[in-house]
Ligand binder design. Sequence first.
Ligand SMILES: [Zn+2]
Ligand SMILES: [Zn+2]
Ligand SMILES: [Zn+2]
Length: 491
Amino acid sequence: MSFRLLILSDVHYAATPADAVGPARRRCLLGRELLRRVLANARRRGGFDAVAILGDLLNRGDASDRTQQSLAELAEDLSAIGGDVPLLLVTGNHDGPAEQVYRALGERPGPQVIGQLRFFVFADVYDGADRCTRLEEDRRRFGEFAAAGEGPIVVLQHNPVCPAIDDDYPYMHTNREQVLRDYAAAGVLLSLSGHYHKGTEPTRVDGVTYFTAPALCEAPFCYSLAEIQGRQVDIRTRRLALESETPLVDSHAHTEFAYCGRDISAADEIDRARSFGLGGLFLVEHSPQLYVTKEAFYTGQHVRQPHLWRDGRHRRIDDFRRAVQPLRDGYARIGLEVELDADDRVILDDADRGWQDILVGAVHFLNKDHSQYSDAEMAAEFMRVNRRLIECGVHVLAHPWRVFTWFRRTVPTHLYGELADLLAASNVAAEINCHLNQNDPAFFRTCIERGVKLALGSDAHVPEEMGDLHEHLAFLREVADGRDLADLLAF
Ligand SMILES: [Zn+2]
Ligand SMILES: [Zn+2]
Ligand SMILES: [Zn+2]
């Protein structure tokens, strides 16, 4: 089994625009969100055994209360790493007092043994011009640590060590030659650095592999994973911005009008779609949520008591329209996620039709509580509702079959062909949706065979999900079986 070390650097988090100083390409304000994205992405792709953060977690750390507050926020995000996964934390020239960072995050520099590996985190010091020096005291401690034990050594510091970076900005240690000699003499396996935002490819010198990780805060927003087995090191850098042969469109992006969302907005959806490499998006809000209260929605009353959405007492659809229409252009289009009520009407007032670019049909509730249906009855009712939604002119069917898994009922897989035929006959797309949803490859392969186009819905409800179609792309490639992706997509 190899050891999987998650590596990230230069988050440059700033809580306010006042602290987000520096080049605009640094997305300081997204720091916390980027951290969460990295952890979620890495977890989905096989997980990790430890996390290394290589400094400049903050963009402008100092002794102020604002810095304390920012560190407390980051500590909260980093707690998502999980108590059993160790954190190796380096501080950088932007972090402010190192002791303050270590105190806030409950970590410290120096030696740490994890499994078979021996780590050493250096606390190099900076002068007024940000020139970096390895302390003699640290060199001595490291020498003793290296000599005292066995097992491969991984060293971590903020500044790059190798290759030398030729630039006006002071990147390299003032005593770099000594640092290089120390590592070679100790037989260091891997040396990790940050600070140089472009990063450099792994380089091997005197038996030591040197890697400088690119900054997380700048597009294409990278983190790296080092797999270490014995003295073998394999480092892969992964982008959070999508790399796709065909531009992908998110046809299901929620907004600040979603009762089910947290800290998301239409403007941020557009920003993230652009920042993370999408080809466009549809801002889509739940139409029932724009007609009834949160409580009524979550208990399915918009379906079971249709007068509630029709009486207009809790109408917010005009506010939604006013908010999103100014954002509409060739890149961002607008629409609604509609449902069917117990009177077999789509939950969308006639007077509210006409300005949407897209209607996404969804089944969240059936006319009766699911417990009142046998499996066969529930399947029949589900098909009836879908048939009616398709008749009413929806363009996409959101998360098909989710209502079954949602209520822990068996998915009637024998109906895959029948639903695919219905979709194909009316040119309605089937949505790949990874939000609390399992996409069955068998259904989507059936759709492809029968000529149904596919749509990709982030269905984002929290900031780190906005504009993230990585899972969708992986799934799409899986079911495409070598076909051209552009031929399969509705948008
Ligand atoms: Zn930096
Ligand atoms: Zn730095
Ligand atoms: Zn949705």
